[in-house]
Design a protein around this ligand. Sequence first.
Ligand SMILES: Nc1ncnc2c1ncn2[C@@H]1O[C@H](COP(=O)(O)OP(=O)(O)OP(=O)(O)O)[C@@H](O)[C@H]1O
Ligand SMILES: [Mg+2]
Length: 202
Amino acid sequence: MLISFEGLDGCGKSTQVQLLAERLQSLGYPVRIFREPGATPLSEYIRQLLLHTEMEISPIAEMLLFNAARAQLVHSAIRPALEAGAIVLCDRFDDSTTAYQGYGRGLPLAVVLQCNQIATDGLKPALTFVLDVPVELALQRSQKSDRMEQAGLLFFERVRWGYREIALREPDRVICVDATYTPDEVHTTIWHHVCRRLPSLL
Ligand SMILES: Nc1ncnc2c1ncn2[C@@H]1O[C@H](COP(=O)(O)OP(=O)(O)OP(=O)(O)O)[C@@H](O)[C@H]1O
Ligand SMILES: [Mg+2]
């Protein structure tokens, strides 16, 4: 079972991934955590390129690099973990590219969705949590300043709106959670949704 966490930088994804992992592990479920872009040598290398360099990267090149990192992650980490029976928690997945490069940068959605499909080899999360917070709060929580974060307030407003659109389009998979509450309160909401879909432990 693949569960992804989405939302603006600083919305609380890593915090919630950790809380859910601990809860699942305490009940005996095998859990693997991956972050995007990253988790394989190639993907970490691409992460450095995308987030920590000053070089010019065009919107389409950026979208393809994120998807190249994702293709490697799915192939050599996520699929094997799922096949081994783990519950896989992914800190960002393909909806990030739809929200940031599609809605944020303005690339045609059909192109982005098709590239995502190729990169993930059709793998979709069973459940996706969009942690929704106002842009100002996300920036306040987020301490860092990387390439993606220098894109400006309007860019992040478009990304937030994009995530909401994604949730509206796929309500069975994507749950939009009000993440302005405390970490424990947000976790309680997430846990409620996860519980309903958990495979039972034999
Ligand atoms: N619900 C919350 N209320 C208040 N502060 C929070 C909440 N969730 C997380 N934080 C704090 O906000 C900061 C960002 O949280 P976190 O690193 O989990 O976000 P993130 O979405 O993973 O960010 P990034 O995209 O930059 O990795 C951290 O200092 C964290 O402790
Ligand atoms: Mg994080």
